[in-house]
Design a protein around this ligand. Structure first.
Ligand code: DGT
Ligand code: CA
Ligand code: ZN
Length: 585
């Protein structure tokens, strides 16, 4: 390589060292342990310890002069430094689910353990490991016990604390709801509700706020302080109690007030702060002082507010649902009567989109998935396994797919009231082409196209890749369009405005994925999509029957993006849903 043809990028030596360590880990996940693994680890240390940056060494072809860097390593480092990418790393990565590397960051969890957790329990990320430990599934593996489960849970808490992470709504909400039920059944309680970011259904939350009304606060506060799973009582006063839970190191604040103050307190502790500031200003213009303590006139007398809706009525505006209280235009709309009154609700959703079964990387059989959907009152479920290119996820060959249709027919005959739709989550390849031929895709009722590999492309390349996929007349739904994993993977760079515009133009529906770590597309993009007239689906991205409940988080995200029932295709009955998906442009 001559100096004048290589233009080193801004890839610094710390990044290169990290990539080399990742390769070592990925090789170990593959079961390698010997010389190659050590070579990458040692090279990582060497690179990290260099006094100078790598650019000049690469440009001058001097990498191999470093001890421990042979021709193969030198070639990979050059590729990374000059192009910003490394094909070999991407190939290795494609063989494993994205959350697997992060698992190796947990204390006492090495690549060997991670490989077994993945192969034997399909655990592919921290949330799944946490759930597997809680459900006592890890102890069923040979060599693991109840003790290792407890240690891993502790390790997960330590890891998250160290990263100062906010928690996923999907992890917190079940715990929060259980505590709310406990509070509701405490002596004397009149009303009780979740508040704060949990009630606004934010993507991530710092803590849980609960507001309750009762003539006497004491017994209600005790109910929280003595709740199962409380690790410590952080503080307890006349009207407030804060505890820390064992599960997920989560803090819960409970406030108890007389019922006449409930609505204003609930409103206050629901937030957001930004919404409050606007509301208070509006009140001020009308001679009303709105605060944590209620609404007061200038002369100090208190205004009666029984429900939150009374508060908005006092300000001559429409009621604003908690999910919209972020000061992102809801005031203007609510004052002009433009706030949608038919925001999507979970009850509107007739069928669940995006489910995997044991045919690819799911944990439950098709029949188990169908029965679970039926129990939730769903009318249909789209079976969308991975396609062939998704190697790590057990992607289906075309022959497998055809055999699956026979099983779907059988389950549909056996399980009344719910219909499995024949679909696929087909990989969008690097070129933007879909992983199956049109002749196969045309036979399916539901075609979701998603990106699972090659996340490292730049914004131009990625945008072109997605636009090409949208131009394919077989694509019906664009799956998790930005590829992000909250707290662990950034979205890939892509010009979403162009993608959404093309989706609208071509009539491709866009997925609002309800998996708690994905929530993809996010609420801001939902709002842009709705404005552009993009059709949406809310999905559960289920890999086991419990995940069907992810639909609630997709609905929350859609609501935060101001989506109405009519914007979402799976509010339609099955036949009309399938027909609507085929209406491509
Ligand atoms: P989080 O906990 O960070 O996920 O987000 P929030 O919104 O739940 O925030 P949190 O728990 O600190 O407070 C709950 C609500 O209480 C918040 O949304 C609005 C209200 N609040 C708390 N502190 C203030 C404040 O200093 N000023 C105003 N106006 N409201 C506040
Ligand atoms: Ca909060
Ligand atoms: Zn996917």
């Amino acid at each position: 390589m001559t100096p004048d043809v290589t233009i080193p990028t801004a890839v610094d030596k710390a990044t290169v060292a990290q990539v080399l360590r990742d390769i070592s880990l990925l090789l170990q996940l593959q079961g390698e342990s010997g010389f190659r693994v050590r070579a990458y680890d040692m090279a990582a240390d060497r690179v990290a310890g260099l006094p100078q940056e790598l650019g000049p060494l690469v440009a001058e072809g001097r990498l191999e002069s470093l001890p421990g860097i042979g021709p193969a390593l030198a070639e990979k480092i050059s590729e990374l430094v000059t192009t910003g990418r490394l094909g070999y790393l991407e190939e290795l990565r494609a063989q494993f689910p994205p959350g697997l590397l992060e698992l190796t960051q947990l204390p006492d969890v090495g690549p060997k353990k991670v490989a077994r957790l993945w192969r034997e329990l399909q655990v592919s990320g921290i949330e799944e490991l946490e759930r597997a430990c809680r459900e006592g599934r890890v102890r069923q593996l040979s060599g693991f016990g109840a003790k290792s489960e407890a240690k891993m849970l502790e390790g997960i808490a330590v890891y998250r604390r160290a990263r100062g992470e906010r928690k996923l709504l999907g992890e917190v909400l079940p715990v929060a709801t259980a505590l709310l039920e406990r509070v509701k059944s405490a002596p004397g309680v009149v009303r009780a509700s979740l508040g704060g970011s949990v009630r606004r259904q934010a993507e991530t939350v710092a803590d849980v706020d609960i507001i309750a009304s009762a003539p006497e606060a004491g017994p209600v506060l005790d109910a929280l302080a003595n709740a199962p799973g409380v690790a410590a009582v952080l503080g307890k006063g006349d009207s407030k109690c804060s505890v820390r839970l064992e599960a997920g190191d989560l803090q819960v604040d409970l406030r108890v007030l007389p019922d006449e103050d409930f609505a204003t307190a609930l409103h206050h502790f629901t937030g957001s702060k930004a919404h409050h500031i606007r509301l208070r200003n509006l009140g001020h213009e009308r001679g009303l002082k709105i605060s944590e303590w209620g609404v007061h006139r200038d002369d100090g007398t208190k205004v009666r507010v029984t429900e939150e809706s009374d508060l908005y009525a006092l300000l001559d505006m429409q009621y604003v649902p908690p999910e919209l209280r972020e000061d992102t235009g809801e005031f203007e709309a609510a004052r002009e009567g433009r706030l949608p009154e038919d925001l999507l609700t979970l009850e509107d959703v007739q069928g669940a989109v995006h489910a995997h079964s044991t045919w690819s990387d799911g944990r439950n059989s098709l029949e188990e998935m169908a029965r679970a959907a039926q129990a939730l009152g769903l009318k249909y479920l789209t079976v969308t396994e991975h396609s062939e290119a998704a190697i790590y996820a057990g992607g289906l060959k075309v022959d497998d797919l055809k055999r699956q249709w026979e099983e779907i027919d059988r389950v549909n005959a056996d399980v009344p009231g719910v219909r499995l739709l024949k679909g696929i989550e087909v990989d969008i390849l690097e070129s933007g082409a879909l992983d199956y031929a049109d002749s196969v895709l045309e036979q399916l009722e539901v075609v979701i196209g998603s990106i699972h590999v090659r996340h490292g492309m730049d914004e131009d390349q990625m945008t072109r890749r997605l636009l090409a996929a949208l131009d394919n007349p077989c694509l019906q739904i664009l799956g998790h369009p930005t590829g992000r994993l909250i707290n662990s993977r950034e979205p890939y760079p892509v010009r979403m405005d162009e993608v959404l515009a093309r989706a609208a133009e071509r009539g491709v529906a866009v997925e609002v994925n309800g998996k708690p770590a994905r929530l993809d597309i996010k609420a801001e993009y939902v709002r842009q999509a709705v404005k552009r007239g993009v059709r949406l689906v809310v999905s559960c991205d289920a890999h086991q029957k419990e995940d069907l409940r992810n639909l609630a988080f997709a609905v929350a995200t859609a609501r935060r993006g101001w989506a109405r029932k009519g914007d979402v295709l799976n509010t339609l009955p099955a036949d009309r849903f399938v027909t609507a998906l085929r209406e491509r442009r």
